[in-house]
Design a protein around this ligand. Structure first.
Ligand code: SF4
Ligand code: SF4
Ligand code: FES
Length: 240
């Protein structure tokens, strides 16, 4: 006998999930966008950024690491949650160096796109102007620590999909930073441009050399439609 579907609601909308799906996976399939930053559909969720935090049965929970369960009541688009997410995004902007107008990722950057989607105008927190380095030791890849938002996607992809351990975090709190497993920089590791870890960075921290302007500014994915539109299009299509 087939298992009966898991049914829950998000912002009053009924959603069906299958056993083992997280809240974010079920909502993605149903065409409901929950803002996220560290979550990537091809990777095991790490739950590091907390941007996807929803009220789940009245308590805060990260939608990417919470399994869908029957009868759950989820709140996603409330003014308070939107403000909390905007604050998280603002903190990432001030804790790194993000000069969007001349960044290679502009228009294709999930951090920038979330700033727009969440209505961020200017950070309310003071800029910290941290001093980070750019690692250009690899022949095909730049590693620009100025932009890293410590989302852990590259760490998960390298370990779980590439079978390597190129990346890790060192330090804690505000001093935490991404590290590579060689003293000679990225160029001294086994990293290859075709690795999954080289393709999942949401910002311009891991950048493939000579590939940055393949799609010109103005024609990039978030120049064309806001982040989350692809997911929301599924629901609009189903309703038409
Ligand atoms: S990585 Fe994104 S947020 Fe940072 S400067 Fe580039 S476009 Fe802006
Ligand atoms: S390099 Fe990119 S993918 Fe890796 S932790 Fe930093 S922002 Fe995330
Ligand atoms: S997207 Fe869920 S914690 Fe980052």
């Amino acid at each position: 006998m087939a298992a009966s579907p898991i049914r829950f609601s998000i912002d009053g909308i009924a959603v069906e999930a299958t056993e083992g799906q997280s809240v974010i996976e079920a909502c993605d399939a149903a065409g409901i966008y929950i803002p996220r930053l560290c979550y990537h559909p091809d990777l095991e969720p790490s739950g590091t950024c907390r941007v996807c935090t929803c009220k789940i049965n009245g308590r805060n929970g990260a939608a990417c690491v919470t399994p869908a369960s029957h009868g759950m009541i989820v709140e996603n688009e409330t003014p308070q949650l939107t403000d909390d997410r905007r604050t998280l995004i603002e903190m990432l902007f001030v804790e790194g160096n993000h000069p969007c107008p001349y960044c290679v990722a502009s228009g294709d950057c999930e951090l920038q796109a979330l700033g727009y989607r969440l209505g961020m105008v200017a950070p309310r927190l003071p800029y910290q102007w941290p001093k980070h380095t750019i690692d250009a030791t690899h022949p095909d890849i730049y590693l620009d620590h100025e932009r890293c938002i410590l989302c852990a996607r590259c760490i998960v992809a390298s370990r779980m999909q590439d079978g390597k351990t190129i990346f890790g975090f060192e330090g804690r709190g505000i001093a935490m930073r991404l590290n590579v497993d060689a003293t000679g920089g990225l160029g001294a590791t086994q990293m290859a441009a075709i690795d999954k870890a080289a393709r999942v960075c949401p910002v311009a921290c891991i950048v493939i050399k000579n590939d940055s302007y393949r799609v010109p500014n103005g024609e990039r994915r978030f120049d064309i439609a806001p982040i989350g539109s692809d997911i929301e299009a599924k629901r609009k299509q189903a309703a038409s």
